[in-house]
Design a protein around this ligand. Structure first.
Ligand code: GAP
Length: 488
């Protein structure tokens, strides 16, 4: 498995992810997506939306606002329950989540070795004096305060005059925007249960211990679905909510596999009773084997009727569904598959990373699924001094870029250009050479063909430039390379 340092360095060097406000020294846990990062991110969101919203007859989309009525967060339980116990160091002022102290390596000035400084692995005692950690793990000197509850929501003021402004919050999850619009969607779109609402959007949490690159940040993006089911129905002899919960778990796992994540790097983690959120009947996390170890990639929770009931109680509006068959109003149960865009991106990146040896040379290649690759095609002229080659290559790129992310590059020799595209995961390179345009001085006619190179096998085929759009479209659409090669 690739290390986090390697990924962070590749991401910076090749324009995927930069530290936010870097020229000012950076700001903790905020990251900016560069030219390739934003393409990758957009493609992840696009295929998620296509597969889970656009293509499913039982799904609809929504884009709710980030700022919501403050009572939403009282009703949802976030004001009272969205807290972590934390402690502060009285010396260095660093803040820690109590439940993470045992997982943090700690600094120790060992009395048995004349006060030498050691960094001791998490949970272990000093091998010289046998001491266990009691002080601040970061500075090794300060006492820690008693635990205090710390709410993770970002507060903000809404209104032009600060003194009169209302306190509200940046949403810590996109889910509540869906719950408060349940009746709007139901009335306007006339759906029958079961149906779901999907949304992609930013969420904010004032995490006490953000870190591990884009794994845990204070500003992140979620792709969430609230799937409403009739709790009085049974499907295949099981309560509808339990049946749909399992279906969504399977669908989510299959989705990550479909876009290239190795099955061995995915597993399910069932929440134990004491791990469950206050609203959940059952939650299963999809975990990925990140460079930091197995960690949550997404959660799939059965939120029961908790949220709709709470919003009905706090708003005074009925949030029910009329069951025509049973002639009764019901409050739907909700299955919630909730994934982080940034974590998905990190997983796709880590899973795609390979170091290979090719003819005695090392090549780094990101084996992204073709639909996720930030650049779909790179068009490369074999000779940049030949105007006709350069012109043709530009024209091909312009044509391809109507439907795909296509780039032109002539800043190095061809071998180098291929390696660069491998390193950012471009599945296909197209080269334009002398044969494509012909050589009038030598009396060689143009054959109008270009070379397509496959990133993974590094094999090459020649196709007519006029068929290029179709061939690349087939390849990106999933036609195997061997089949396309057989036809050319
Ligand atoms: N609506 C349910 C919900 O928000 P969650 O488990 O707290 O559940 C869902 O978050 C997903 O959002 C996580 O599995 C993760 O992918 C992503 N996520 C949560 N907190 C995050 C953070 N601080 N940084 C990056 N991604 C985060």
């Amino acid at each position: 498995m690739v290390s986090m340092e390697t990924l962070v360095s590749l991401c910076k060097r090749r324009g995927f992810v930069f530290q936010s406000s870097e020229i000012y020294g950076g700001i903790g846990s905020s990251w900016d997506y560069g030219p390739l990062g934003v393409e990758l991110r957009n493609k992840i969101k696009r295929v998620w939306w296509r597969d889970f919203v656009q293509r499913r007859p039982d799904m609809l989309g929504l884009d709710a606002s980030i700022l919501m009525h403050p009572t939403v967060w009282k009703a949802s339980g976030h004001v009272d329950n969205f807290t972590d116990p934390m402690v502060d160091c009285r010396e260095c002022r660093h803040r820690f989540r109590v439940d993470q102290l045992a997982e943090t390596p700690w600094v120790h000035y060992c009395p048995a070795t004349k006060g030498n400084k050691f960094t001791i692995p998490a949970g272990e005692a000093c091998s010289h004096c046998g001491a266990v950690r009691t002080l601040c793990p970061d500075c090794g000197k300060g006492e820690l305060t008693p635990p205090r509850q710390f709410n993770l929501m970002f507060k903000t003021l809404m209104g032009p005059v600060e003194e009169d402004a209302a306190v509200t919050y940046l949403r810590p999850e996109t889910a509540q925007g869906i719950f408060v619009n349940f009746d709007n969607v139901l009335q306007s779109m006339r759906r029958k249960l079961p149906f779901g609402i999907g949304q992609i959007g930013k969420a904010f949490r004032n995490e006490i211990t953000p870190g591990n690159f884009i794994f845990r940040t204070r500003e992140f993006e979620q792709m969430e679905i609230e799937y409403f089911v009739n709790p009085n129905e049974t499907v295949e002899g099981r309560p509808a909510d339990e049946y749909w919960h399992d279906r969504w778990i399977e669908d989510c796992l299959a989705w990550f596999r479909r876009y290239g994540i190795e099955s061995d790097n995915l597993r399910l983690h069932e929440h134990a009773r004491d791990e469950l959120a206050h609203y959940a009947k059952r939650t299963a996390d999809v975990q990925y084997r990140f460079p930091i170890g197995w960690s949550e990639l997404m959660g799939i929770a059965n939120r029961t009727d908790f949220d709709l009931k709470q919003h009905a109680k706090f708003s005074g509006k009925a949030l029910t569904y009329f069951d025509d068959e049973r002639k009764e109003h019901v409050v739907p149960y909700v299955i919630e598959p909730s994934a982080g865009v940034d974590r998905a991106l990190l997983a796709f990146l880590a899973d795609a990373y390979r170091e290979e040896e090719v003819r005695g040379e090392k090549r780094v290649v990101l084996r992204f699924h073709p639909e996720l690759a930030p650049v779909s095609v790179a068009v490369l002229p074999l000779l940049k001094k030949r105007d006709d080659i350069v012109r043709t290559a530009h024209a091909i790129r312009d044509e391809l870029s109507r439907d795909l992310t296509a780039v032109y590059d002539d800043t190095a020799a061809i071998g180098r250009l291929y390696r660069r595209q491998d390193e950012v995961g471009t599945p296909y390179c197209v080269t334009v050479d002398v044969q494509t345009v012909g050589d009038t001085d030598k009396g060689e006619p143009a054959d109008g063909k270009v070379t397509i190179r496959d990133r993974d096998s590094m094999e090459q085929i020649r196709v007519e430039a006029t068929r290029l759009g179709q061939v690349i479209g087939d390849l990106l659409g999933g036609t195997p390379w061997a089949e396309v090669a057989g036809r050319s």
